[in-house]
Every structure is written in C-alpha cells, then in structure tokens.
Design a protein around this ligand. Sequence first.
Ligand code: SF4
Ligand code: SF4
Length: 366
Amino acid sequence: MAEVQNWQLGRKMQYPYEEARPERQFAAVFNLNRCIGCQTCTMACKSTWTWGPGQEYMWWNNVETKPYGGYPQNWDVKLLSMLGPQEWQGGVYAGKTIFEAADPAKQTTSGFLALGYLPADEEWRYPNIHEDTAQGHSPHGARLPEHESWFFYLPRICNHCTYPACLAACPRKAIYKRQEDGIVLIDQSRCRGYRKCMEACPYKKPMYRGTTATTEKCVGCYPRIEQGQVTRCIATCIGKIRLFGWVNEESSPVHYLVHKAKVALPLYPQFGTEPNVYYIPPRWVPRDYLRQMFGPGVDAAIEAYAKPSPELLAVLQLFGATDRIIARYRLEGEAIVGFDDRGAEVVRVPIDEKVQVRPADRMNIT
Ligand code: SF4
Ligand code: SF4
C-alpha cells in the first residue's frame, strides 16, 4: 500500500498504487440549484453509448431524486452504513476511506478489494425510482435557508477519480487512467467480467453487460474531448447546469470554482477516491444532509453562491454557453470571454442578462 495525498480529505491516505496524477484532469461542475430533472443528459448519453443489446439497463449518466432515489437503488445509503463514523475535524477527514476500511483478509495478490458490495440485478432495474418524492411536510410554505419539505435532482456520471477504486480492484489490470486527460477506461480486450470494479466503485458506475460478459462504464466522451469538445451530457444539458474543465489547471473556470471560489464540492469525498465531478450544493436542502454528501465546505459554498463575487457571477454565465472546452477565460468590460487551448475565442457572454420589457400592447402574446 502506498501513502498518497488526497486534497479533498486534507490528509494522506492508503491506496494500492503510488500517486500518479495525470497531466490534465477531466472534471466538471454541476450546479444542483439549476437541474430540472429533464433527463436530456441521460438520453443523450444513452443514444450515444449504450443503445446496443445487453445495455438495456445501463445508464452511464443518470439523474436521481434525493433523498430517496438512487441508481442502483440505495447505493449511497448502503455504503455509508457500511463505512461507519465519518467525522471531519476542521477540513481534515478523521474517519476511514473505503480503502482503509477494507477487510485485509479479502485482499488478493492481483486485486485490491475496497469496502463495497455488488448490487443485485433488481437494484439496477428502476433508474428513476422515487422521482420527485419529497422528504418532510411543510405547513408554512417554503423559506430559506432550509425548506421543511424538500428534494433535489442529483445528476451522476463516472467521476474519473484520481484514485479510482474500480482500477484498484481489477485483478486483470484492465482498467487504466489516461495520462493526457485523467479519463478512466476499461480495456474491453482484457476484461473478463469478474465485476470486482462494480463491487469496489463507491459510486457504482461500472456496469455489467451480459451479452459480452464484460463490464463497461462512462468513457468521458473521450473522442469528443480529444477534439476540444465537451461531453454529450454537458453539451445537451437543458438547464445549463454543467461546465467542463481541467481542474488542475489554474486558468480553467472549473479550477476557479473548485479551488478559488470553493463553491463546487466533491460527492462523498469521505469515500477517498478523489472524485472529479464537483457540485454546487442546492441552497434549500437541510445542511446536515448536504454536509454528509459534500463534506465540510457546504456552508461556505452556499454562502459564496448566494452572494457571488463579480468574478463568480461572471464564471457562472459560462455554464452551457458553448460545446467547446474552455481552457481559460477573461473578464472584458461587461462580458466574460472563454478561450480554447490555442487561445482562440470560443464564447462571449454578457455578465448581466439584459431585461426585456414587453410593450403593453403585446403583453399577452406568448
Ligand atoms: S466513479 Fe467509480 S468507475 Fe468512475 S473512476 Fe471512480 S471508482 Fe472508477
Ligand atoms: S439535462 Fe441538465 S437540467 Fe436536465 S436532468 Fe440533465 S443535468 Fe439536469
């Protein structure tokens, strides 16, 4: 076991392989305050990647309704219960990660089993179970900071983790993380369908395909990324809640949101895989629930989002504004401008959306 630095935990942790960060790390920010649960992202992914025989129950992108929904069903509640106490002391995680909590008796010489479980077929069958089911009842209507009756949509893809549990667990060494962009892929020619990755991935994002007897997972739309285009789920998002970027490059808007403005947080950082999809938490949801899901940065993130600085307000306008990858951005007067890797302008968005007032004689025309 190696000791590796996990910045999301604020400490070092145990991982089977040495730290080997890619040159660039695939990352995205999803703004949960804006997701409308339309599932356009889900269908864009399905029609691109998982429309073949044996992939019927395979949804690389899914959008579940929290707190009750989950694909596979109850994936997070199950693992959180297995993991035990998950205390944070300041910004440092004091509990165990899935790697540290794994049963040493189950380790093999060829694969490292993280704490996990293999979902039954039944649990994959209803990807949108409990859609729009709220928790609690409010006789008072809705008020901030926390609604008494609440739910929210949680869109999920593979997190292309810095320390992937799927990769650690594979006895065939069929899973690899690309040096050029941090995308985690399964080599189909090496996979024998042992499903150790499914058992180990805390987010349950590798999925079994019966017709080929192999496991498949989100490929990060790598052919598009190689051409400077964002993924299909990001490009098609109706709510404009998604932004792609390189989280380890200071010029990227995603780096700004995660590391400088600190409004975007990892999903269940306590699992220890250092996931690279980051979420702006929903403002109306009880804070205890959010702190368990996104860690101790929740309160500061919501505060920053509710009263955005001029730069944050500007960067938020870049969500869904282009299907090109924005490598760097600049504020120019009343606009924010995004540039690609070669320095070419790919998008220009006004920071303040102008209000259009209809003349009185056209009020009722829709
Ligand atoms: S989310 Fe799961 S499948 Fe994706 S890289 Fe992380 S551990 Fe692997
Ligand atoms: S397309 Fe966007 S708004 Fe619609 S469900 Fe997906 S993430 Fe949410």
